[in-house]
Design a protein. Structure first.
Length: 72
């Protein structure tokens, strides 16, 4: 992952994810955080970072692809 994507996650994606309401999913987040052993917390955080960055990139690619379909 590029340095820019790491910066984007730390300065844009992560703060956004922390700020949005979790709603009905809140108990599930608590269960996940409680089940992660202390020695694997770093791996869990890196997995969340990877998933969030690639979901963001997928959204960009999908949006760009959909823009072409509206021009027809």
């Amino acid at each position: 992952m590029s340095d820019f994507m790491k910066w984007l996650y730390a300065n844009y994606i992560k703060p956004y994810l922390d700020a949005i309401p979790q709603g009905d999913y809140q108990p599930d987040f608590y269960l996940l955080e409680d089940d992660v052993a202390p020695e694997t917390c770093g791996s869990f955080s890196k997995t969340q970072e990877f998933t969030a960055v690639h979901a963001f990139l997928l959204g960009l690619r999908t949006g760009r692809g959909l823009a072409d379909s509206f021009n027809e």
